[in-house]
Design a protein around this ligand. Structure first.
Ligand code: MEV
Length: 325
């Protein structure tokens, strides 16, 4: 029996992956400083692989955007086509399988929540399951990173890492990711400014600014790196008050870097005035999401204040000691 014959009988798989937020360290992480990111499991991307119905090859159904297309009809720069080809190559399989891959996601797009990485991860997991070709988290992350470079230009790799491992992550570019232990409970609100913010644009703008004024940007990145180090201790000690202060300082440095926007600053101010320990933009910036760290009893008033200040969507996530590896 040939490999493709045996596959066609077995093909069927599901995969899913969470959204993510960066707690501290975005942008500086692209330049080798550490960052801390956590999964947001309330919002997820899903993929299903089923035997193809029409014998036309690999067909991708991206239901949320109403797009149905043949793998062979899109250029290699398509991020989903990229991960599919990578999985097939890794598993030593031909690309002329007859399968349907269906994708859905409720992760907000272009808001710093890793929607592209999550969709790609869901597809990789579903396909690997369907092909009975197990992939560990590190391999999933490595494959998804390739699609991230197509989407975002020069990504650090933090998004694919936290989404693939689905655990809080201490991340330094080029080093193995360290799943992260927290020593207390931390409540986070995630407020969408409603302003779409493609990561590629802000990452590219920061690169141009860094090229123009390397010394200043390196100093900003160093300062952020120090905050991230301190934030790890605060997380380990369960010290929400201190973590909030560090987040606040990180937001100020991101503003200095030019990646905040009026919509981000407005939500940050509203959260602080309503009693949050700290708040900052999260992800690429210039729109996208703001995160606020709150005591449990402040959750409702801060959420209300964020909505009143214009947040178009609110999500929440809680870090607990159980998230430790
Ligand atoms: C995007 O979620 C985070 C950035 O630091 C870009 C990256 O790390 O690739 C802005």
């Amino acid at each position: 029996m040939t490999k493709s014959n045996s596959i066609s009988k077995r093909v069927y798989g599901r995969g899913s992956a969470p959204g993510k937020i960066i707690l501290l360290g975005e942008h500086a992480v692209v330049y080798g400083r550490p960052a801390i990111a956590v999964p947001v499991s309330d919002v997820r991307a899903h993929a299903t692989v089923q035997p193809g119905r029409h014998g036309t090859g690999i067909v991708i159904h991206a239901l949320d955007i109403g797009r149905h297309y043949l793998l062979d009809a899109v250029p290699p720069t398509d991020p989903i086509a990229c991960v599919i080809r990578e999985v097939l190559a890794h598993c030593g399989l031909p690309s002329h399988l007859d399968i349907d891959i269906t994708i859905t996601s409720d992760i907000p797009i272009a808001s710093g929540m890793g929607s592209g990485a999550a969709v790609a991860t869901a597809v990789v997991r579903a396909l690997a399951t369907a092909l009975a070709c197990p992939l560990d988290d590190a391999m999933v992350s490595e494959i998804v990173y390739k699609s991230e470079t197509l989407l975002h230009g020069t990504p650090s790799g933090i998004d694919n890492t936290v989404v693939a491992y689905e655990r809080p992550i201490w991340f330094v570019r080029g080093r193995p990711p360290a799943p992260f232990s927290v020593g207390g409970t931390f409540h986070l609100l995630i407020a969408d400014t409603g302003v779409p913010s493609p990561t590629r644009t802000t990452v590219g703008d920061v690169r141009m600014a860094w090229e123009r004024d390397t010394e200043r940007y390196e100093a900003l990145f160093d300062a952020i790196g120090e905050l991230v180090q301190a934030a790890r201790s605060a997380l380990q000690q369960g010290d929400a008050l201190h973590l909030g202060t560090l987040m606040q300082r990180n937001h100020t440095l991101l503003r200095e870097m030019g990646v905040s926007a009026e919509a981000n600053d407005r939500l940050v101010e509203a959260a602080l005035e309503a009693g949050a320990y700290g708040a900052k933009l999260s992800g690429g910036g210039r729109g996208g999401n703001v995160i606020a760290l709150v005591a449990e009893e402040q959750r409702a008033p801060v959420a209300h204040a964020l909505e009143a200040a214009g947040a178009v969507r609110l999500l929440s996530t809680t870090l607990t000691p159980e998230d430790a590896p």
